[in-house]
Ligand binder design. Structure first.
Ligand SMILES: Nc1ncnc2c1ncn2[C@@H]1O[C@H](COP(=O)(O)OP(=O)(O)O)[C@@H](O)[C@H]1O
Ligand SMILES: C[C@@](O)(CCOP(=O)(O)O)CC(=O)O
Ligand SMILES: [Mg+2]
Length: 401
């Protein structure tokens, strides 16, 4: 039985969500909340009929299982066509995957999972063929809340599958972590990122690629038209994340913005252009601060103003929500600036925490936000991207922690 695991972080978008789908720049950073995937590859059983592919999703608390013979029959494939090149999921293959999912009773209240399940079946069978195995997924990230759970799912899944296929290899430990997680080389990360993007396409419809890129490579990045620039950031910004707990779906919100853009093409082009300027300014402030070329208070004031402007433009795009407005009003009472992060329509809101803000005030802000039944997270910004564990992980006992 071969065992390996991978973990990939969620993200925040400091500026540029939605507009990035239409070619504007955006700035995003990894956060220290992870999705972990583990894989036990089973030996090819003597009893062919008993061989299955199992998926255990810890967070929704659901397990799924497919006989390998049924996968072969419906997907008309056995061998993986080669993991070294990421391929898109053809409409025919997506329709076959939908047929496989129809054979499972997914509870109506959890129907949103079917997009993640489709991405899983696509990635697994494309990279490993119809081999028997058990995949376990657990996550610190709230799902469908703007923190990039779909990308962390696709990146950690692609990471573990490509590691099991022997295509991706670990290059060394992470100092201080002591958990067996290892980093991955640049070329391997590029390959994981390309596969994860194909998975994101199944979940998001038309992703820009920023979420899978920041989850794969970590750190803080500027992203524009598929091009990624690493932003040095010596003094990472402190952000409070508030999850409004209002559920929403990125695919529908992205489609809504595109429809508005086709109805009002000139006006929306100007909105996207303004967002592009905001993201460019945010990225240059981050870099100036890293080189000590700007005082920390001045950096925070500029970032706060840009976040406020970006939020106004996101309202223009039609992706704000009354719950988001409640967070904005609540934090403004403490002179703090907030903006939605991710696709909006509910989900998570970022609040910039100035260095000078006392812990006492921060706790008051959190208490007031939580009195509205929102949930707050204090996160570290700009950390590692994908990490893998190639067998021998002591904490791995069929479950990932
Ligand atoms: N841990 C997970 N287990 C199963 N599916 C997941 C997991 N994380 C994400 N997903 C899939 O991703 C979808 C959420 O993606 P999305 O709407 O883009 O929101 P976000 O990426 O902001 O969390 C879920 O509905 C589910 O299909
Ligand atoms: C709205 C968008 O810019 C980010 C979506 O992020 P999330 O899935 O809400 O975490 C879409 C994209 O860039 O693919
Ligand atoms: Mg997503």
């Amino acid at each position: 039985m071969e065992v390996c695991a991978a973990r990939a972080p969620g993200k925040i978008i400091l500026a540029g969500e939605h507009a990035v789908v239409h070619g504007s720049a955006a700035v995003a950073a990894a956060i220290d909340l992870y999705t972990r995937c583990s894989l036990c590859l089973m030996p090819l059983a003597d009893d062919e009929a008993a061989a299955t592919l199992e998926l255990d999703l810890k967070d929704p608390g659901l397990t799924f299982s497919w006989p390998c013979g049924r996968l072969r029959e419906v997907l008309l494939t056995d061998e993986a066509a080669g993991a070294r090149e990421a391929r898109p999921c053809s409409p025919d293959r997506l329709a076959s995957i939908a047929r496989l999912l129809e054979e499972h009773e997914i509870p109506e209240a959890k129907i949103w999972l079917s997009a993640g399940l489709s991405a899983f079946l696509f990635l697994y069978t494309s990279i490993l063929g119809c081999r028997p195995g058990k995949v376990t997924v657990s996550s610190d990230l709230p799902m469908g809340s703007g923190l990039g759970s779909s990308a962390a799912f696709c990146v950690s899944m692609s990471g573990v599958l490509l590691t099991a296929a022997g295509v991706v290899t670990a290059v060394g430990g992470i100092s201080g972590e002591g958990m067996g997680w290892e980093l991955v080389g640049k070329d391997d990360l590029e390959l994981v990122n390309r596969w994860a993007f194909q998975g994101e396409k199944i979940i998001h419809g038309k992703p820009s690629g920023i979420d899978n890129a920041v989850s794969t490579f970590g750190s803080m990045i500027k992203f524009k038209k598929g091009e990624l620039t690493n932003l040095k950031s010596s003094n990472p910004v402190k952000m409070l994340i508030t999850d409004t707990r209002v559920g929403r779906n990125t695919k529908a919100l992205v489609a809504g913005v595109s429809e508005r853009a086709s109805r009002h093409s000139d006006a929306m082009a100007s909105v996207f252009n303004a967002v592009n300027s905001i993201s460019e300014e945010v990225s240059s402030i981050v870099e100036l601060a890293a080189n000590d070329e700007i005082a920390i208070t001045s950096k925070e004031e500029k970032l706060a103003e840009l976040m406020e402007m970006n939020q106004g433009l996101l309202q223009c795009m039609g992706v704000s929500h009354s719950s988001i407005e409640t967070v904005l009003r609540t934090t403004l009472k403490f002179n703090l600036v907030s903006k939605l992060t991710g696709a909006g329509g509910g989900g998570c809101v970022l609040t910039l925490i100035p260095t000078m803000l006392s812990n006492l005030v921060l706790e008051k802000v959190i208490a007031e936000l939580e009195s509205h039944s929102f949930r707050c997270f204090k996160v570290e910004v700009g950390g590692q991207g994908l990490q893998v564990c190639q067998g021998g992980c002591s904490y791995f006992n069929g479950d990932v922690v």
